[in-house]
Design a protein around this ligand. Structure first.
Ligand code: ATP
Ligand code: MG
Ligand code: MG
Ligand code: MG
Length: 439
């Protein structure tokens, strides 16, 4: 992409309404624009990052054997009356009446709708196990929308639902989700810690939240620092292997890690003192096992191998895709701007032309652009007629992992400058060497 042809409306001033770094930086870097309280337009660069996160979530869900689909944003109130949640959900639900006076709502989550789809089409234990998911906009009329996309009213969420014949199979689905989530966050360059949590209005017995540690997080968390040493890495997982998934879950849930809702002071005090940590965290996902809470009242049953009709065991599993954009920036920025992890960066490399219009510099930039593109990378070429200082400031603000700086002086001796956004280290080398290093 050539910056002169892109739409990247960066702001010079720090917007006064933004209280935390990620919100400020998303506005300043031209990623989002507020449409109304807690509702945002995703401008091209913000949209690009959102789609990258979405792609990672899809890949990891499909790898785990979960099946993508799409449910609508608007739902009929009738389904929610069946589960009893229409009245229970309270003012966070945006209620709408259509022209025929039918009660509708903008979905805050999809347990009822997916249970209805399941009961309409599945009747035998032979069709289980089944896990369906979608990535769709949700609406919750939060009392205090704030921090930009971190606590929006409209937000983008992956929510998945498992249907299983019994408790053991449903717990395997739960474990599969935990494993796939660990991989997902790690691929995004994030450390998200699974913490035992409280089940809240969805209800149920087993639940973990995934938290990214950050001072600006809204949750209070307590953990054993040993959990920070765990990494998923590139281990291969057989998602059908119950024992293997259970073992990985055990590894990640053995060190103490809880949110304030389930915090147990006695257990915490038993951790060696040097490893006790309490801090703030951002909830970027949550998994639940809730058994027959919806299948029973809504009649989602199958015939088991003895010919008896039984309600299915279910769970639901969410990832806050749009919140993750903010959480990633909270965890990866400095006073000059964003520092994107390689796996989610909107462009892989910035190219800064120090002398636009200089035939040699222009040609060198074009050559680097083509070489990067040929390797399947996406460069962002700053080809504007701007001062070098302004170009550098923009690149620092938008936080691409690499910058290649091209100017007539360097080109005389055949070099360009390669700069790492994360370390700030710069090195002179041939254009070919720079391209090779980025790729
Ligand atoms: P919170 O405690 O932050 O209100 P939640 O527990 O109500 O979140 P869940 O029902 O568990 O949310 O939804 C799954 C995920 O969706 C959350 O882990 C979070 O990442 C994301 N999410 C929830 N509410 C919002 C919101 N208002 N804005 C952006 N993302 C959200
Ligand atoms: Mg909430
Ligand atoms: Mg929560
Ligand atoms: Mg939650």
């Amino acid at each position: 992409m050539r910056l002169s042809r892109y739409f990247l409306p960066v702001l010079k001033e720090t917007p006064s309404e933004a209280q935390i770094a990620s919100h400020r930086l998303m506005l300043r870097a031209g990623m989002i624009k507020q449409a109304s309280a807690g509702i945002y337009s995703w401008l091209p660069m913000g949209f690009k990052v959102l789609k990258k996160l979405e792609a990672i979530v899809h890949e990891e869900q499909i790898r785990a054997g979960h099946i993508p689909m799409l449910m609508p944003t608007l739902q009929s109130a009738d389904l929610w009356r069946e589960s009893g949640r229409y009245d229970a959900y309270g003012p966070e639900m945006l209620r709408i009446r259509d022209r025929h006076d039918r009660d509708m709502l903008y979905g805050p989550t999809n347990e009822e709708m997916i249970t209805d789809i399941f009961r309409s089409h599945v009747g035998s234990y032979k069709d289980l196990p089944l896990t369906l998911y979608h990535i769709q906009w949700k609406f919750r009329d939060e009392v205090r929308p704030r921090f930009g996309v971190m606590r929006g009213r409209e937000f983008y969420m992956k929510d998945g639902y498992n249907f299983d014949i019994d408790y053991d199979s449903a717990i395997h689905a739960y474990n599969r989700h935990m494993v796939s989530y660990l991989r997902t966050y790690e691929r995004m360059g994030l450390k998200a810690i699974p913490m035992r949590a409280d089940s809240g209005p969805i209800g149920g017995d087993d639940t973990h939240e995934f938290l990214v540690l950050a001072d600006t997080g809204e949750s209070e968390v307590f953990y054993d620092s040993a959990i920070l040493d765990l990494t998923f890495g590139d281990r291969h997982v057989n998602y059908d292997d119950r024992a293997e998934c259970a073992q990985i879950v055990k590894e990640w849930t053995t060190p103490y890690a809880r949110t304030d809702e389930t915090h147990d002071a006695a257990l915490y005090d038993a951790i060696p003192e040097a490893r006790r940590r309490s801090s703030r965290g951002i909830e970027v996902g949550q998994i639940f096992y809730f058994g027959t809470k919806y299948s029973e009242p809504m009649g989602a049953t199958v015939v088991n191998d003895k010919g008896e009709r039984v309600p299915v065991h279910m769970g639901s599993h969410g990832i806050g895709v749009s919140r993750l954009v903010g959480a990633l920036i909270e965890a990866n920025h400095d006073d000059r701007g964003i520092i994107w992890p390689e796996g989610v960066t909107p462009f892989h490399c910035g190219i800064v032309n120090l002398k636009q219009g200089d035939a040699e510099a222009d040609a060198a930039c074009k050559g680097i652009y083509k070489a990067l593109s040929d390797k399947g990378l996406e460069p962002l070429y700053d080809d504007r007629e701007e001062r070098a200082g302004a170009k550098f400031a923009t690149m620092d603000l938008i936080g691409l992992p690499w910058r290649i700086t091209v100017g007539p002086r360097g080109l005389k001796t055949g070099v360009v400058e390669l700069t790492s956004r994360r370390t700030g280290d710069s090195e002179e080398m041939s254009p070919e060497a720079a391209v090779a290093r980025v790729a």
